[in-house]
Design a protein around this ligand. Structure first.
Ligand SMILES: Nc1ncnc2c1ncn2[C@@H]1O[C@H](COP(=O)(O)OP(=O)(O)O)[C@@H](O)[C@H]1O
Ligand SMILES: [Mg+2]
Length: 377
């Protein structure tokens, strides 16, 4: 088992409220990623779950039992840090075995556990080496091995891949996903990298300034961000935001005006919107060349050609300088030349003056959610 409940968890450093009443349930076997910008409180929350930091108020429950007053070793958790925290004078074997030595586990049982972890992590050939001889990725795997042998109820990872280069990070993402599948353990993973969050999580918790901004499956956050913060944080390049004014709100959606053009966006309205300034969001990958429900022109200043797609950083209608469009393949556009573009109403997001999303009425299909089953079934 490994179920975690956070009930109104608060943390103060002096008078500074770092975490503002976090409510969260992590189910047994789930892979949950805490994502958010640097300083939003991710590490503090993880350290409180681990018992390395005290909780100011609220309950931390593991499998229904309040653990606030239990020391870290009694909580059934294991934590892996960005800094691998390996002992340089010990072999890989002894580094992995360390928590079991502390428990005074009999040698034979200990050896079997270390060898099993080494097999899972492809470290069998390295067991007699010292960490100094290993690559960054191998060292991080040793640190994960030390967590695995403890057979924790919950694994906690704090930005474990941040010290690795891009290619190795991508490999380790896949390794961790496989590890989760194999161990079926509850895992909580902290990162500031939205790609890591999107690719590994069953569920993402977006944190902003000590509060949960939104919780949901990766594609749920992508398609239905609850506010401008999540909309801007999830997705790369970032969503474009355009100022519009609300003209009408009815059953068909919310009609807005952008520079003399009207478009009705399929989102739920609410009273008092008419006449209000709103923000229209559209992702770079939803921009098309040519006309659509909203039509405008851009002039790219920089074009990045990546083969699979072309990213243009442009001025929009001769104004906004930081508009971004991502077009499939090798798009036939040139820097400093006018490109007509279009946006479909169904691809638009709308946010009110306080940044809260008006709920999108678009039906998310199984394809949108990545749930399509191959072969009928
Ligand atoms: N021991 C501490 N004393 C005072 N303030 C701290 C301490 N640890 C963290 N903070 C502050 O708490 C906030 C959240 O920090 P942290 O949890 O490390 O953020 P994250 O991991 O999301 O980058 C930051 O503003 C940080 O400066
Ligand atoms: Mg941190």
């Amino acid at each position: 088992m490994g179920q975690l409940n956070l009930n109104k968890v608060q943390k103060f450093y002096g008078t500074f409220e770092v975490l503002k009443g976090i409510e969260l349930e992590v189910r047994n076997g789930e892979f949950v990623v805490f994502v958010g910008p640097s300083g939003c409180g991710k590490s503090t929350l993880l350290r409180m779950i681990a018992g390395l930091d005290e909780t100011s108020t609220g309950d931390i429950m593991i499998d229904g039992k309040r653990v606030n007053d239990l020391p870290p070793v009694k909580r059934g958790i294991a934590m892996v840090f960005q800094s691998y925290a390996l002992y340089p004078h010990m072999t890989v074997f002894e580094n992995i075995a360390f928590p079991l030595r502390v428990e005074k586990m009999p040698e034979e049982k200990l050896k079997a556990k270390v060898e099993n972890a080494a097999r899972i992590l492809h470290l069998e050939q390295r067991l007699q080496q010292k960490p100094g001889l290993l690559s960054g990725g191998q060292r991080q795997r040793v640190a994960i091995g030390r967590a695995i042998v403890r057979e924790p109820k919950i694994f906690l990872f704090d930005e474990p891949l941040s010290n690795l280069d891009a290619a190795l990070r991508a490999d380790m993402r896949i390794e961790l996903a496989k590890l989760h599948k194999q161990l079926k353990a509850t895992m909580i993973y902290v990162t500031h990298d939205q790609v890591e969050a999107m690719t590994m999580a069953d569920r993402i918790v977006v944190l902003n300034a000590g509060e949960i901004s939104q919780t949901g499956a990766p594609l749920e956050l992508y398609h239905k961000p609850a506010n401008m913060f999540v909309a801007g944080f999830i997705g790369n390049p970032r969503m474009n935001m355009l100022p519009v004014v609300c003209k009408a709100a009815g059953d068909g959606g919310v009609e807005v005006e952008y520079k003399g053009q009207s478009v009705t966006i399929p989102v739920g309205g609410r009273p008092g919107l008419v006449g209000q300034p709103l923000t229209l969001g559209v992702r770079p990958e939803h921009i098309h060349i040519g006309k659509s429900d909203l039509s405008m022109t851009v002039v790219p200043s920089v074009i990045e050609r990546l083969g699979a797609h072309t990213v243009a950083y442009a001025s929009l209608d001769g104004e906004s300088e930081n508009f971004c469009a991502m077009l499939p393949g090798s798009a036939a556009i040139r820097a400093d030349e006018v490109v007509p573009i279009g946006i479909a109403a169904t691809d638009c997001h709308l946010f009110d003056a306080s940044g809260v999303a008006l709920e999108r009425r678009v039906e998310l299909t199984d394809i949108d959610m990545g749930l399509l089953k191959i072969g009928g079934g």
